[in-house]
Each structure stands twice: as structure tokens, then as C-alpha cells.
Design a protein around this ligand. Structure first.
Ligand code: AKG
Ligand code: FE2
Length: 291
């Protein structure tokens, strides 16, 4: 295997907890992935009468000049019936062109280099498709680390790639706290994003590391373009940010696991002793004293 990350990139990943590898994902695999996402979303929408207006369009006709059509489809579905999108996103990793996207990307080679785990033993989750809609907060994450979501997994690495348009500090990019991967993090659990949405189950579940614990870290808003790949440590503290532009922005997220040292025989990477249980969970709320 040729080492896909240079010495400098690897060192940056190890020291900062993340690195952006520029222009290493081919557009030849991003375009079919976009068609797949569009196709799955239209297929889902076609099952509901209320989506007659969007479902009829031919997904095969997509091209980059029609990004606006793609935006309208995704935003329309998310605003009117997010479950349609959520289920399409669950289908995505099993779609053949999404598998090709992973296989033709440098993700397995980078995972081999970082985890020292041969590709025959890697398990790759994703891609999942993250849409950040202007001004919407229901699909955003507050400060968290992936270790809190995958507590039974000891060795894995995260990948995040802008899809179909640039990610900028303005349009809802990922933020990362430099060098925050060097310690373990505790967290509080709640649904919502801010004070107004606290407890609202139509918002994401958060495993939030309170801001009061995060003082002193350098906060980096990732600036990246389609083709770039962000590689980040399982312990790195990161968050979404509100999209203040007029167009949605998109990202693809994947994780590569080495299951060899895990203390479980389960294939479910998301196995966790806590979660989203209806009872016995007193005090599920943000614990940030500033809020
Ligand atoms: O893109 C985002 O909004 C957050 C992404 C994230 O938390 C992740 O990929 O782990
Ligand atoms: Fe995350």
C-alpha cells in the first residue's frame, strides 16, 4: 500500500486531532452518489400523495447545473416530512454506487494507515448524507465526540467530506476544537439544539460536551470543497454550525472501524449502554451552566 497521507498530514492528524486532505475524492464517484441520493429521495417521496409535485421528475437527468433542483428536493422533503429523508439516508450505504464511492475513495487506505488495520479486517460505516438547511437547527449537533456515540468501539477513525458545494464558515460547516482529542470526554444527553428547542424530539439527540468544559481550545470552522476529505480522531470535539447562507450545504460522513480489540462480539457499531430509553433517565437535559 502506498501511504495515502503524507508525513506532514499524518503528523497534523496526530497533533491536532484532524487533517484536511485536499482533492483526493474523485468527482467520478461523487456525481453518481448525488444521483443515487436524488433517486432514493424521489423514490421515497413518490410513495406519498403530498409529494406528487417532486416525485415525478426523472432522477436520471441530474447534472451539476441542476444543483438548485437537488436543493429544492432535499429542502422540500426535510421541511415537509423528514422521515422520508431519514429512511432514504438509511438505505444509502447499501446502494451500489455508495459502495463504489467508498471503495474508489482513499478512505480504506487511510484507515489502513491510521489504524494499522488491513482492509480485509476493516468495517466501514456510511456514507451517511448530512444536509444543513439554511436557518434550520433541528438537524445540527452541539459539541460532541464520536467516542460518546460508539462507546464499545476502541479503534476507529472518522471521515467527513463536503458534497456538491463548498463548506464555508457561513453555510453550516463542521467546527472542530484543535487538540481536543488528547483527553476523554463526559457528556450530557438531551433532545434539541438550543434553549428554545430543549426537549423537542423532532431535533437530534445530543451527547453534548458542555461549553463550560471546553475553554481554551482553538475553534476551527472547516473550509473545504467537494473532493476534499476531513479525517478526524474519535475523541476530537466537534459540532455543526447554523447555515446562514441562502443555499443548503451537504456533507458525507463515514467511519472506519477496527473491531479486533473491542470487548464485544456484536456487529452493531452503535451498541451503547445508554441511548434513547423512555424511562429511568432522569435529568436528560443540557448541563451547560451558561445556558
Ligand atoms: O456536518 C455536521 O453538521 C456534523 C458532522 C458530524 O458531527 C460528524 O460527521 O461526525
Ligand atoms: Fe460527529
Amino acid at each position: 500500500m502506498n501511504a495515502p497521507l503524507s508525513e506532514t498530514e499524518l503528523q497534523q492528524f496526530q497533533e491536532d486531532g484532524f487533517v484536511v486532505k485536499r482533492q483526493c475524492v474523485s468527482f467520478d464517484s461523487l456525481t453518481p452518489l448525488q444521483k443515487t441520493i436524488e433517486g432514493l429521495c424521489r423514490m421515497q417521496a413518490s410513495k406519498l400523495k403530498k409529494f406528487n409535485d417532486v416525485a415525478g421528475k426523472n432522477p436520471g437527468k441530474f447534472d451539476a447545473d441542476r444543483l438548485k433542483d437537488f436543493d429544492d428536493l432535499i429542502v422540500g422533503i426535510l421541511k415537509r416530512d423528514p422521515e422520508i429523508f431519514v429512511e432514504a439516508d438509511k438505505m444509502l450505504p447499501s446502494a451500489p454506487l455508495a459502495r463504489s464511492f467508498i471503495v474508489s475513495s482513499p478512505i480504506p487506505d487511510i484507515a489502513e494507515q491510521i489504524l494499522n488495520c488491513d482492509k480485509t479486517l476493516q468495517i466501514i460505516q456510511g456514507p451517511s448524507f448530512i444536509a444543513n438547511v439554511p436557518e434550520a437547527k433541528d438537524r445540527l449537533y452541539t459539541w460532541h465526540a464520536e467516542t460518546c456515540w460508539y462507546p464499545k468501539r476502541r479503534r476507529f477513525v472518522n471521515f467527513w467530506a463536503p458534497a456538491f458545494r463548498d463548506k464555508t464558515p457561513d453555510n453550516g460547516t463542521m467546527r472542530a476544537l484543535k487538540k481536543s482529542h488528547q483527553r476523554a470526554w463526559d457528556f450530557s444527553e438531551f433532545y434539541g439544539y438550543d434553549e428554545q428547542s430543549e426537549g423537542d424530539k423532532s431535533y437530534y439527540l445530543q451527547y453534548e460536551i458542555p461549553e463550560s468544559e471546553l475553554e481554551g481550545f482553538e475553534d476551527v470552522a472547516i473550509e473545504a470543497a467537494p473532493g476534499d476529505l476531513v479525517i478526524f480522531d474519535r475523541n476530537l470535539v466537534h459540532s455543526s454550525s447554523v447555515n446562514q447562507s441562502l443555499s443548503p450545504s451537504y456533507a458525507l460522513a463515514c467511519r472506519a472501524y477496527d473491531f479486533r480489540t473491542d470487548l464485544t462480539v456484536s456487529a452493531n457499531w452503535g451498541e451503547r449502554p445508554y441511548g434513547d430509553k423512555p424511562s429511568g433517565r432522569a435529568g436528560i437535559r443540557p448541563l451547560d451552566l451558561d445556558k
